[in-house]
Design a protein around this ligand. Sequence first.
Ligand SMILES: Nc1ncnc2c1ncn2[C@@H]1O[C@H](COP(=O)(O)OP(=O)(O)OP(=O)(O)O)[C@@H](O)[C@H]1O
Ligand SMILES: [Mg+2]
Length: 308
Amino acid sequence: MISQQPIISQQAMASHPGPETPPDGAVEKIAIGEPLRLGAIARGESVTTFVHPELAKEEHVLRILTFSLWYGPKQALFDVSLDIPRGKVTALIGPSGCGKSTLLRCVNRLNDLLDTIRIRGDMALNGESIYAPAVDVIELRKRMGMVFQKPNPFPMSIFENVIYPLRIDGIRDRAALNEACEKALRSAALWDEVKDRLHESGLALSGGQQQRLCIARAIAGEPEVLLLDEPCSALDPIATGKIEDLIHELAGEYSVLIVTHNMHQASRTSHYTAFMYLGNVIEFGPTPKLFTDPSVRETNDYITGRFG
Ligand SMILES: Nc1ncnc2c1ncn2[C@@H]1O[C@H](COP(=O)(O)OP(=O)(O)OP(=O)(O)O)[C@@H](O)[C@H]1O
Ligand SMILES: [Mg+2]
């Protein structure tokens, strides 16, 4: 069972000051442009995220509210606050082990499945708490689509893979299922390749096709947010290019949060990027700005390959 430290109330969330304001208890405060003390972060001190002003113009689909997580005694996330814009692609970058996948898994509460985990803080999807005690986790997960590093089609036909979220919802109307299948496969740029073999096994597709099938399955239920954890890491450059184009095209209709440690991928696919380091979000801003003119020295050091 997950043990949850005090979770902030709906009321507290409504009046949450947002990531620009340091959360109570933040130990380290960073003046803009001043070097972060990486040693202090390494000692487990929280830092205040530098959020670029462009983010203030965006509507938010997902809010991460002073969220911390411990695996047993080891803290992996430190007072993370991030407002994820609606209809945009947001990339999470940072060195291996900095907590990108942990944060993503917390959004749909996949970490609940581990009994050594303790969390503090909350998240909100379209204004509704994700961690409030009354939340139905199965219903919550239906509101999100998730795609993992390795494609994981179910051992069933392409058609059944895609419409799986609708089956779970009990939809049986054949015309509605056919329509949803075609729409999702078109959105995932896979329709032309599979339209004549919808009843063949999803496992018979190539790796890149399987990953687009998983994206089709993830969007068939029209999720409020799409979570992608390094979706191209098992793919060759051509398949990667197709998925990157697809992710970029999904913006607008979908809000996408993508984990990558490939900075080229982040710059090709995303509108905004958050740089994480040792469980803290260091800087969050428009992708072109973060990669060409970051405001925090450690972001610059990371993107120019000085560490990580
Ligand atoms: N199930 C787990 N039990 C204990 N510790 C874990 C577990 N999963 C992750 N961690 C630890 O939490 C920290 C963050 O890991 P996480 O997998 O989120 O990093 P990441 O940024 O996704 O890294 P990568 O780029 O290598 O995928 C690491 O120190 C990792 O060892
Ligand atoms: Mg990871």
